[in-house]
Design a protein around this ligand. Structure first.
Ligand SMILES: [Mg+2]
Length: 230
């Protein structure tokens, strides 16, 4: 199936490179650090609440996550957390912000091949500096004609992106791991979507129902896109 597409738009975190795994690792370290104050499930419960409450003010990304970890430490310790432990939490955030970029298997070859036949774009949400850093380290920039780092993947943000790309929903395909942020908004607009689930998903990005749609393809690996599009 060779489609008449203006753009194939790729999500980045957990679609092109590993992201959520590092959040899980940091969460585990936080739980270990705070275990003297509270059990793991309570720390995780408070952390998730703080993250959701803070999304509106801090947006997505590691810096906001770090502040949510600090608030969690304050709450579960009943403000008894030590300055040393606060420093440790700040370091956990910095460690994640400087983590090497690890591409998902098959990404580079797939983008190289697709870029010979299609215009590729990247659309990611999150912290601007961190996403720019990861893109640079990924070595993938040259495959994309357009890079969009959005504060959130809302319907309005996607509409603006398509307007900037001078295209219409029927002529784009979005590839991503998040049903909620990458797939559903695009299907709703009338675009094509390829869902490639990552093995772990942040609770906030989960949707409960299985989605079936004539313009939706579900793949296990990005490597399979070539079979759909070339
Ligand atoms: Mg993603």
């Amino acid at each position: 199936m060779r489609q008449n597409l203006d753009y194939i738009i790729f999500d980045a975190d957990d679609t092109l490179w590993i992201n959520e795994t590092f959040f899980r690792e940091t969460e585990q370290k936080l739980c270990k650090l705070l275990e003297k104050y509270s059990p793991t499930d309570e720390v995780m419960r408070v952390l998730y609440l703080k993250e959701i409450q803070n999304l509106e003010i801090y947006g997505y990304g590691i810096k906001g996550f770090t502040l949510s970890m600090l608030e969690t430490g304050l709450e579960v310790s009943n403000k008894q957390i030590t300055a040393g432990e606060i420093e440790q939490i700040i370091l956990l955030g910095k460690e994640q912000l400087t983590h090497p970029v690890e591409l998902i298997d098959g990404v580079k070859d797939t983008l190289r091949e697709l870029s010979r036949h299609y215009h590729l774009a990247m659309a990611t949400k999150g912290d601007l500096m961190d996403q720019e850093r990861k893109l640079k380290l990924s070595g993938l920039s040259d495959f994309f004609c357009h890079i969009e780092i959005m504060s959130d993947k809302t319907d309005a943000a996607y509409r603006k992106l398509l307007k900037d790309l001078n295209t219409t929903p029927e002529k784009i395909m979005m590839v991503g791991n998040s049903m909620k942020s990458d797939i559903l908004p695009i299907l709703k607009m009338g675009g094509y979507a390829v869902h490639i689930p990552f093995y772990t998903t942040w609770i906030h990005e989960m949707v409960s129902d299985e989605v079936e749609h004539p313009k939706l393809t579900v793949l296990e690996s990005i490597k399979e896109i070539k079979e759909v599009l070339l």
